[in-house]
Design a protein around this ligand. Structure first.
Ligand code: CA
Length: 227
C-alpha cells in the first residue's frame, strides 16, 4: 500500500458499449494521476473524469448517455507518521471496512432506493426488492457538475477494505460477504470468491470486487537502523 496509490471500482451504464467506455475512461484517467495529497484532490480527479466522459460522449453519438459509478480509496501523500486514507464516491458502488468485530459500509449509495430508505420511506427489505433499485441519483457522465462525497480516515494495520459494484451486493448478503472476508486470508482470493458467490447466486449483473489490506501504516525507513 504505497503512498499515492488509488484503488477504484467504476461500474458503467448506458448500453453495453457506452458503459464500458465510461468506466474505462474513469479508470484510465486515474492511471495518469501521480499524486493524491487530499480528499478534495481525489474528488477533483473524479470531477475531471466526469468532464472526460462527457467530452467523449459529445464526440460520438453512439456513446450518448453513457455514464459510470465510481468508488475510490486513496492512500494520501502525507508527511506525518499516520497513514491516511481518503474515500470518494458517486453512484451505488460501495466501500466497506472490516476492522475487529465491525463490518461497516462506509459509503452512501446515490440511488433512488437509498435516498428513500434514508428518508424513512422504505425499509431495507423493501429497498432490496424495489423495481427501481437500479435508478441512480448521481453518476459520472450525466451532468457537467457532479457532487462527489469524500472523507479522510486513518489507516490502521489489520483493517481490510472492500470496494465493489452493486452486482455483488444485489446477489450476496452482507453477512455472507463478511464471513468470506473473515475466512479467506489472501485479498485477491477472497475477491475472486465473492465474484463466484455472486455468479452462483444468479449473477444478473457484472460483478467487480477489490479487497485491500492495511498491513502496516508507517513508511518503511530506507536505511534500517542496525541493532
Ligand atoms: Ca451494476
Amino acid at each position: 500500500m504505497a503512498n499515492g496509490t488509488v484503488f477504484l471500482v467504476a461500474d458503467g451504464m448506458g448500453g453495453h458499449r457506452g458503459g464500458e467506455v465510461a468506466s474505462q475512461l474513469a479508470v484510465g484517467h486515474f492511471e495518469e494521476v501521480a499524486s493524491v495529497p487530499s480528499a478534495d484532490d481525489l474528488a477533483g480527479q473524479i470531477e475531471a473524469a466526469n468532464a472526460l466522459i462527457r467530452t467523449r460522449a459529445a464526440d460520438d453519438p453512439a456513446l450518448f448517455g453513457m455514464g459510470t459509478t465510481i468508488v475510490a480509496l486513496a492512500v494520501l501523500h502525507t508527511d506525518g507518521d499516520v497513514m491516511e486514507l481518503a474515500c470518494a464516491n458517486v453512484g451505488d458502488s460501495r466501500l466497506y471496512r472490516l476492522h475487529g468485530d465491525h463490518f461497516t459500509q462506509l459509503t452512501f449509495d446515490h440511488s433512488l432506493v437509498a435516498e428513500l430508505t434514508r428518508a424513512g420511506q422504505l425499509t431495507e427489505e423493501e429497498a432490496a426488492r424495489h423495481p427501481q433499485r437500479n435508478v441512480l441519483t448521481r453518476a459520472l457522465g450525466v451532468d457537467s457538475e457532479v457532487a462527489v462525497d469524500r472523507w479522510v480516515f486513518p489507516a490502521v494495520a489489520g483493517q481490510r477494505y472492500m470496494l465493489c459494484s452493486d452486482g455483488l451486493v444485489n446477489e450476496v448478503s452482507d453477512e455472507a460477504i463478511e464471513s468470506a472476508l473473515r475466512s479467506i486470508e489472501n485479498p485477491s482470493s477472497v475477491a475472486d470468491e465473492l465474484v463466484h458467490m455472486a455468479n452462483d447466486a444468479g449473477g444478473r449483473d457484472n460483478v467487480t470486487v477489490l479487497v485491500v489490506d492495511v498491513v502496516e501504516t508507517a513508511e518503511c525507513d530506507p536505511e534500517e537502523t542496525p541493532n
